[in-house]
Structures are given as structure tokens and as C-alpha cells.
Design a protein around this ligand. Structure first.
Ligand code: PLP
Length: 363
């Protein structure tokens, strides 16, 4: 539509609209200029693994040795490697809905079976322990946690994390903790899942895509028990070899930077979150739980759906008639909602939500 000259406002972006901080870019340029452009060890250079261990110790209170770290081409790749190594055909993996759709597809790619636990705004998009208990069977191989969450912006409380940690140990399953949005939090300071006592069965996944505005660099990591790290590293060795050498040099700088370097970005996201929540709350028939993390608003628009209509229909209509792009909640197993990324300017947020309000008032 944009190519046809239509002024579309997009709330679709899954990435910060900021530039990568300069010291990171400088390190990558230096890597090119000094010829650091060859293969590296498959699981990443030692310097980067050490920087990740330093970050995990400093910021997350977790002790890992460099041989427990596998650096991959983004956190998505880390999660894929972990699922491929842990999940056998027929194994069940518990997912907390609404979830990032990649999880379900990656479980299916391994021949696994997603077991979905549903949450809603009413309980802060947080699973109840009883729901998780009810989903556990003798085929449960793992649970996938994502806090702060894409798409809901929910953050799982310490009590629930501690309960899941206890369940994982009691029922002998793995936990893949996707903490990619850990730095983008508003008024809360979530703890890493592995600090709750199940580090020996946890794959902690992180990266620099969201925290340092480095989505295109493709660097993510998994921190895990040594046998899992070895398996993931061997697997990656036969699939992609090392992540990009130049990006690894940039990531070394990123993981050594103090959190204050990207504080301006977090503060701006918080202001946009406040803005979009205020504007969406102002639309009759739309309700939203203020997100505590990431950069997504996930309002409930079900009151605007006519009989037989879904959020997919509404999202299509918003695009066609209001020229606003949103992601329908159903793709995240969150029907009746739409996802709006506020990784866009305040001006776009104001104009985009105005268009949505206008379109909904004329239905
Ligand atoms: C929940 C979640 N995990 C992981 C990723 C992927 O991050 P990366 O760019 O490091 O692969 C995303 C990207 O949108 C995400 O939303």
C-alpha cells in the first residue's frame, strides 16, 4: 500500500526504532578493518562468551563458565537449537499463551507437541501454577517462558517463577527462559528464572537485538548446563557454523556496556507506553492492561467484533479502511486482541490510534 503512495501507519515493528550505540558500531568497523572476517569457533569467540558470563553475573546474579555459553545468530536461533536438542518426536512442551508464534512452530519442527496454557489480562497475563500442573504429563519435556512477554508485555512475578522452578525439579522437565526483553521494563525489576534454583535444568536465552537495538546484527546466546551447551554447539557446527564474526566483536562491546548506555531508549519506550495506553483506554469498548515490559500494547478489542468476526477480520479492516497496520492477536493464540508495537514515533502513535478510534466509532 505504501508503494502505491498510501500513508500507512505501522504498529507492526518487532524491533527498536533506534540506532545501535556508536561504540558497538565502532568495534564492528574495527573488526572489518583489522581483518577479523574469518570463521570463528562455532559457539562464538571466547572474548564474547566471557563478556556474556560477565553480564550474567553482574546483571542477573547467575554464574556460568564460558563453555556453558553458545552464541548463535539471534535468540531465535538459540531457542531453535535448544528445542532441537531437547525435544524428541511426541514430547510435549508447555507454552504460555499469548505467546510469540515462533515457539509453537519450532516445537512442531522438532516433532514435539505444544501444550498451551492460556492467560488473560484479568490475571496480568500470568499463568496460575495450577494451570501448569494440569498441563504436565509424563511426556512433558520442557516449558517455554517469555518474561517480559511478546505480545502481552506481561512480566511473570517472582512467586510464579519460583513455583515453576519447583515444578520443573519435581517433574523433571527443562525450562527455556527467553529473557530477550529483560532490559525493557517499566516499574518492575524481573529476576532471571535460573536464580530460583533450577539452573541445572534451565536454558537462559538472551541477546542484544532488543536491549541494544541490534536486530540486524543477529547475535543471541543460550546459557545452559554443559552437556546441553555441547550438544547445541555440535548441532550449530553442522548447520550454520559460527555467528557473524564482525557482529560478535560488536556484541563484546554491547555486553560490556553499562545499562545506562541504553537508558535513554528505555525511558523513551516508557513514555510511549504511557501515551499509547492513555490513548487506547480512551477508545470506548477497548480495554488494555498496561504492559510492564517489551514494546507492545495488547488491547482487548473483542467488544468491537460483530458476530462471526475475529480479530483477523478487524486487523484487515483497520489496514484497508484506516490505513493502520496492527497484528491480530490470534496469531499469538490471543484472540479478541490486537498487538500494537510502540517502537514508532509519538507522532505516529497519536495519529495511528486516532485513526483506529475513528474507524471503530464508524462500524
Ligand atoms: C519473544 C522473542 N524472543 C526472541 C526474539 C528473537 O530475537 P533475535 O532477534 O535475537 O533472534 C523475538 C523477536 O521478535 C521475540 O519477540
Amino acid at each position: 500500500m505504501r508503494a502505491d503512495g498510501i500513508d500507512v501507519i505501522s504498529f507492526g515493528a518487532g524491533e527498536p526504532d533506534f540506532n545501535t550505540p556508536k561504540p558497538i558500531c565502532d568495534a564492528a568497523i574495527e573488526a572489518i578493518e583489522t581483518g577479523f572476517t574469518k570463521y570463528t569457533p562455532s559457539a562464538g569467540i571466547k572474548e564474547l562468551k566471557e563478556a556474556i558470563c560477565g553480564k550474567l553475573s553482574r546483571e542477573n546474579g547467575l554464574t556460568y563458565s564460558p563453555d556453558q555459553i553458545v552464541v548463535s545468530c539471534g535468540a531465535k536461533h538459540s531457542i531453535y537449537n535448544a528445542i532441537q536438542m531437547l525435544v524428541d518426536p511426541g514430547d510435549e512442551v508447555i507454552l504460555i499463551a499469548p505467546y510469540w508464534m515462533t515457539y509453537a512452530d519450532q516445537v512442531l519442527l522438532a516433532g514435539g507437541v505444544p501444550k498451551v496454557v492460556y492467560t488473560s489480562a484479568a490475571n496480568g497475563f500470568e499463568p496460575e501454577l495450577d494451570q501448569i500442573k494440569a498441563a504436565i504429563t509424563d511426556r512433558t519435556k520442557a516449558i517455554l517462558l517469555n518474561s517480559p512477554s511478546n505480545p502481552s508485555g506481561g512480566v511473570i512475578s517472582d512467586d510464579v517463577l519460583a513455583g515453576i522452578s519447583e515444578l520443573a525439579q519435581r517433574h523433571d522437565f527443562w525450562v527455556i527462559a527467553d529473557e530477550i526483553y529483560e532490559r525493557l521494563v517499566y516499574g518492575v525489576t524481573p529476576k532471571s528464572f535460573a536464580t530460583f534454583g533450577a539452573q541445572d535444568r534451565t536454558i537462559t536465552v538472551g541477546g542484544c537485538s532488543k536491549s541494544y537495538a541490534m536486530t540486524g546484527w543477529r547475535i543471541g546466546f543460550a546459557a545452559c548446563p554443559l552437556p546441553v551447551a555441547k550438544a547445541m554447539s555440535n548441532f550449530q557446527d553442522q548447520v550454520t557454523s559460527n555467528p557473524n564474526s564482525i557482529a560478535q566483536k560488536g556484541a563484546v562491546v554491547a555486553f560490556n556496556l553499562p545499562a545506562s548506555t541504553v537508558e535513554d531508549m528505555r525511558v523513551e519506550f516508557e513514555a510511549r507506553r504511557d501515551l499509547i495506553v492513555r490513548l487506547l483506554t480512551d477508545i470506548p469498548g477497548v480495554s488494555i492492561l498496561p504492559p510492564k515490559g517489551a514494546f507492545y500494547a495488547f488491547p482487548d478489542i473483542s467488544a468491537h467484533l460483530r458476530p462471526g468476526e475475529s480479530d483477523l477480520d478487524l486487523a484487515a479492516e483497520l489496514l484497508e479502511k484506516a490505513h493502520v497496520a496492527v497484528v491480530p492477536g490470534s496469531v499469538f493464540e490471543g484472540p479478541g486482541h490486537i498487538r500494537l508495537s510502540y517502537a514508532t514515533s509519538r507522532k505516529n502513535i497519536e495519529e495511528g490510534v486516532r485513526r483506529i478510534k475513528d474507524a471503530l466509532s464508524h462500524r
